[in-house]
Every structure is written in structure tokens, then in C-alpha cells.
Design a protein around this ligand. Sequence first.
Ligand code: GLU
Length: 305
Amino acid sequence: MQSPSPISYRGRFAPSPTGALHFGSLVAALGSYLDARSQGGEWLVRMEDVDTPRNVAGAADDILRTLAHFGFEWDGPVLYQSARVAAYAEALDGLVRAGLAYGCACSRKEIAAASRTAVDGGLVYPGTCRAGLPGGKVARAWRLRVAEGEVAFLDRLQGPVAQELARDVGDFVLYRADGLFAYQLAVAVDDNFQQISQIVRGADLLASTPRQIWLQRCLNFPTPTYAHLPVATNAAGEKLSKQTLARPLCRERAAAELVAALTFLGQPVPADLAAAPLAEVWAWARGNWSFAAIPRRPAMAFLPG
Ligand code: GLU
């Protein structure tokens, strides 16, 4: 008897517990889930609660309950980033020992005075502490050295993406002055730890991807494939988020919410599916999912009727 072939697709959904799931998060969950399941892949959930001041009490449990209620089934236990600090510290330590990361004493004010705006709206680090801390200063944060040249990848939806990290971002923070590990490091370490092979997520993270790929290279991790889904925006063109007061998902209307998300992802859902029971919506989604139908755009308005 032949042994089953090893699973070669492992995807994930990685919400931050900063509030309830909204339509934008449902699109990311659904897109990553159906892409994984349609290829016989595994799908993991990771709770990105590394930025503790932004966590909202009860939000992680609420997110998991909502996902379960909507009919998502994840593989294995949920990984909580708050329990992974030792792994991030080990990765940072290795980078420092290899001379790839360095301590930085600069205050935000000092950086702002000598800097320009980065691709993500932050500040390009001017490199002040690259060659060592200025006399009498102590490290407040730790940064990763970036090299000249492009970091490029082929996004499965958005096409070729390239970034000049030195020009567009600068040496970026791995360990923050407030004593927390940065999102970029946590994501790179955990995607590798969980052996994620395919990442499907919102295009709001497109500008972060070259940094994560650079980190993977510095840490000798493999680079997964990426597909960045269009981000749902409101009538004002703003990304749906807690900040823009996006409406939390309604559990009582789970079937209709899923149909709206499928429609947003370009799937040709039959007109009467929104009124069908949840199980029927999933059966249709599993049987008809088409990655090729997803709009290849970074953002799209979602204007519920
Ligand atoms: N935790 C991030 C967010 O909720 C997602 C990170 C990722 O998918 O890489 O925006």
C-alpha cells in the first residue's frame, strides 16, 4: 500500500485580537481557507497578540467563536504569539550574533528630524546607529540591516512586486523601544515555525512582504508563496478596520455574510444563495471555488446594499 503523499500546502489566517472580526477579516479568512482546502491543504489559525497594548480583552475568544460559528474548521491548536516570546528572542539573538541586527538609541524625534516617509507611512531609518551606538547612548530598540538592491517576488494575484528596502524602508525595527517584538519578526518566525507554505492575506500587507522575505533570507527560512487579496474599502475609500468603525460580522447572518465575501472575491454566486442555509453556502463554495476569478486589484469598495 502506498503511504499518503505529505501535505505540501499549509495556509493560515492570522488575525490580531484588536476587536471583533469584520467583513475585511472575513474576506482574508475565506480566501485563505478556500485556497488551502481546494488544494487539499491544511489551514491554521494564529492569534497575533504580540502587540499587547493593542489587544482588546475577550477579542481573541470572540474571533475564534465567530470563525467556528461561521463554519471554519482549522487544523491543530491555535498558536498565540504572546506565548512565543522566547522564539522571537532567540531569532533576534541569532541575527545580532551574525552582525545582521544592531541596537539603536534613536528617539522618534531624532529619526523624524533626519528622515523621510517610508512606503508604509512610517519613517525611513537614516542609519544613525548602524556603525555603533553614539557615545553615552544605550540601545532602545533593535533593527535589522537591509542591503542595497531590490527584494522582489511574484504575487499570485498582484503580479510582480519589488521594493528597494534601503530606499523605501531602511533598517527596520525587530524589537521595539517599548519592550515588544515587532510584528515583522513575529510573522517571519511563526510562518516558518508553523511551516506555512502559502500565504493568502489582505493587500494591506503587500508593502510588508519584502521586509518579511528579507527576514526569511537573513534567518535562513524558506519563502512561502504569497497571494494578496483585494482589501475591502468603505465609501470614503478607507480600508475597513476597527479604526474606520467597520461593522462587526453578524453571526445570525453568517450565510449572507459569507455570500457577500464570496461575491467580493469575484465568485459567481447564484442569486438565491444568500438566503440558503450555511451548510449549502459552504457546499457551493467548496465545489465552485475559483482562485482565477479573484479580482487582481489591491483594493475594492464594499458597499453593502
Ligand atoms: N495580524 C495581521 C493583521 O491582522 C495579519 C498578519 C498576516 O496575515 O501576515 O492584519
